[in-house]
Write a protein that binds this ligand. Structure first.
Ligand SMILES: Nc1ncnc2c1ncn2[C@@H]1O[C@H](COP(=O)(O)OP(=O)(O)OP(=O)(O)O)[C@@H](O)[C@H]1O
Ligand SMILES: [Mg+2]
Length: 649
């Protein structure tokens, strides 16, 4: 049964008769017998034809012998207008010869005079019901045509199978999208539409459900004829016959690959964010501990003789501590949603720096193809360099026998509706292509997950932090790889839309461990940090006072100022649990002495205060963990810029 029944409009009849008494009595009998039938009457063929043209009645009942135009000529004209016109001729015995003409022109029925009313009624009833049926069939045909057109032009894939699941119909979209022609699919079982092995194995469960008369809906991966995998949302619903038995199954499928990719990306970002919160907390404590370890080692190293065997052991311990510090750094990159502190930089400069760092000491060649017209990007240079570095180190590791890594960059515009899920606008597309062993398809989804690594000793944090850095910059990172033919990482970063106009950063001062003397206040809530920093500074020739929070630091500073023995510098921890931290304390101290040299130190190397320290009144940064030579370098530069000296800052 069709769910939609087009309504049948009421029918009409044209009655043509020149004898007015007969016409009127017959017409009134017809009205009484068929009250819902529209009735037009005419007194001759000409008038009849006029009314036919105007009203197109469903049925025509006509006398033959009439003035102006006889019934046969009129019927012929009407049939010329509509070959399916339904005409009944009433013929007297004297007109019998005309009947042959009537049949020749296409009149299908006739009645003889004198008119038997009962027979007339039966004939009309019969004609009306035949016409009604014909009309219904025609409408249903149109309706089916409309449905099949809708099915064919539908943007979803539709397949219809019989009660055994053998496919009887697939629409155009199905063939177009999957690459299977209807010839290749018809007769195959629904089960084989699940080309993916896992989905194929799960089909028994689906079959149990749908053959029990229930609808099934789900999302799964599937494969096109050319082997390409895609995600689809599918539903399979049973259709029932008039006895309530399953006659067919209709399956509707939609390609949701883009949607799934976007969802996967969102899930990944969310996962990284929550992991970041955890990692951030751990890394902070870890850096304090490492400051203790690294500081003491570097301090101890300075106390032993160059030729002492102990020095080798301490060097080894220092290297191990550095590796631990590096790991913490990676962890912190995606910790706490630390916002990148951006400035305009040159893509070429960043790529060159990252390449020289990552390729040094390896047998891998770097090729850079970046034109002069490349636009500048506004990024946290340190973070992006780390991101590029992680990609390049992987490339080097993937080419143990040597090879080439090619870095290319170009300007692109991402318009509304592009596939990357970032804001439309101007971007720089940077690709890093290596000639290594490639990444198997099953791993490609996992490589950005933290702790996913296929390398012995790999932490699996490189690409997780790269992903985090790039997305925090409003960019996108993707990978293209097939085993044996190398890997290509493609980054999109928002660009300024203009060529870089600034200059590269100037190099930092070198280490000058000449120890200058003076008083230093160290504020940190971790005793191990206070102790080791104090020891290191003392070994460099400074007098050291330590305190545990901002309140104490302000106090110490005030007292030192009053006794005319001010501090050369105050090294302050940024975060103090349960007390005033460095950011707030700095404001109070600067209120006492605007020229105070305040150094901010933190385990959160990505904290915006560290990146923008001058804004907060600090004159230098000391990220944890640090060792003696780092402190020496810091103190040298502070001694040179000590208030009252003439040295350059
Ligand atoms: N260029 C590449 N070629 C082949 N495989 C790669 C490439 N880049 C990444 N991979 C794969 O992705 C995995 C994850 O990379 P990621 O950089 O996150 O971690 P890792 O290199 O294993 O460890 P680490 O934390 O030391 O970087 C690698 O173990 C490797 O299997
Ligand atoms: Mg790596």
């Amino acid at each position: 049964m069709l769910p939609f029944q087009p309504s049948t409009p009421s029918m009409s009849l044209l009655y043509v008769e020149d004898e007015s008494i007969i016409r009127e009595t017959t017409a009134s009998s017809l009205r009484m017998r068929f009250p819902s039938l529209g009735l037009y009457s005419a007194e001759n063929g000409e008038h009849g034809l006029q009314l036919y043209r105007k009203h197109r009645p469903d049925l025509v009942l006509t006398d033959i012998n009439m003035p102006a135009m006889n019934g046969i000529v009129m019927a012929q004209e009407m049939l010329a207008i509509d070959p399916s016109a339904h005409i009944i001729v009433i013929s007297g015995h004297s007109d019998l010869l005309y009947l042959q003409d009537a049949i020749r022109v296409g009149v299908k029925r006739y009645l003889l005079k004198p008119l038997d009313l009962q027979l007339l009624f039966e004939t009309i009833s019969e004609s009306l019901s035949r016409l009604g049926m014909e009309r219904q069939v025609r409408r249903q045909e149109q309706y089916i045509k409309m449905l099949s057109q809708a099915m064919e032009q539908n943007s979803t894939m539709v397949a219809i199978a019989d009660s055994k699941g053998d496919i009887e119909y697939v629409n155009g979209k199905f063939s177009e999208f999957t690459g299977y022609s209807s010839k290749e699919i018809l007769g195959r079982n629904l089960r084989h539409l699940h080309a993916d092995d896992a989905a194929f194995a799960g089909f028994d469960e689906i079959w149990n459900r749908i053959s029990a008369g229930k609808e099934w809906r789900g999302e799964s991966t599937n494969r096109k004829k050319n082997g390409q995998t895609y995600w689809e949302a599918a539903s399979i619903a049973p259709l029932f016959d008039s006895e309530g038995c399953i006659s067919h199954f209709v399956t509707i499928r939609e390609d949701i690959t883009k949607k799934r990719k976007r969802q996967d990306e969102m899930d990944r970002i969310q996962k990284l964010e929550s992991l970041g919160v955890l990692a951030g907390g751990i890394a902070h404590d870890f850096n304090n501990i490492l400051t203790g370890i690294l500081g003491n080692i570097s301090f101890a190293r300075n106390l032993v003789n160059e030729t002492d065997q102990l020095k080798v052991l301490l060097d080894e311990a220092e290297r191990a501590s550095y590796r631990a510090a590096q790991l913490t750094r990676q962890l912190l990159t995606f910790a706490r949603g630390g916002k990148p502190v951006k400035k305009q930089v040159s893509v070429r400069h960043l790529v060159d720096e990252a390449l020289s760092l990552a390729l040094s000491g390896s047998s891998v060649q770097g090729v850079v193809r970046i034109s002069q017209s490349i636009h500048a990007i506004e990024v946290d240079a340190g973070q992006i360099q780390q991101a590029f570095n992680n990609i390049l180190i992987n490339a080097v590791q993937a080419m143990a026998e040597g090879g080439t890594v090619t870095v290319e960059a170009e300007n692109v515009r991402l318009d509304q509706g592009h596939e990357l899920g970032v804001e439309p606008g101007s971007y720089v597309r940077i690709s890093f292509a290596d000639e290594g062993r490639g990444i198997p398809a099953r791993n490609q989804k996992k490589i950005f997950d933290p702790y996913f690594s296929t390398k012995p000793g790999g932490s699996g944090l490189g690409l997780a932090s790269t992903h985090s850095i790039i997305t925090k910059h409003g960019g996108h990172i993707g990978v293209e790889s097939s085993p044996g033919s190398g890997t290509n990482f493609i980054c999109h970063l928002p660009s300024t839309g203009e060529v870089f106009s600034g200059s590269a950063d100037t190099p930092k001062d070198g280490i000058n461990p000449d120890g200058a003397g003076g008083a230093v206040l160290v504020m940190d809530d971790e005793s191990v940090v206070r102790q080791v920093t104090g020891n290191m500074l003392q070994s460099l020739g400074y007098r050291v006072t330590t305190c545990i929070n901002g309140e104490q630091a302000i106090d110490c500073f005030k007292r030192a100022k009053e006794t005319a023995a001010p501090y050369l510098a105050v090294i302050m921890d940024l975060t103090v649990i349960g007390g005033m931290g460095g950011k707030e304390a700095a404001q109070h101290i600067l209120a006492l002495d605007p020229r105070a040299q305040l150094v901010v130190s933190s385990g959160y190397f990505d904290d915006p205060v560290l990146a923008d320290y001058k804004e907060y009144g600090f004159c230098a940064v000391m990220p944890k963990p640090y060792k003696v030579s780092d402190l020496a370098e810091l103190m040298n530069s502070l001694s040179r810029s000590r208030p009252g000296t003439t040295a350059q800052p």
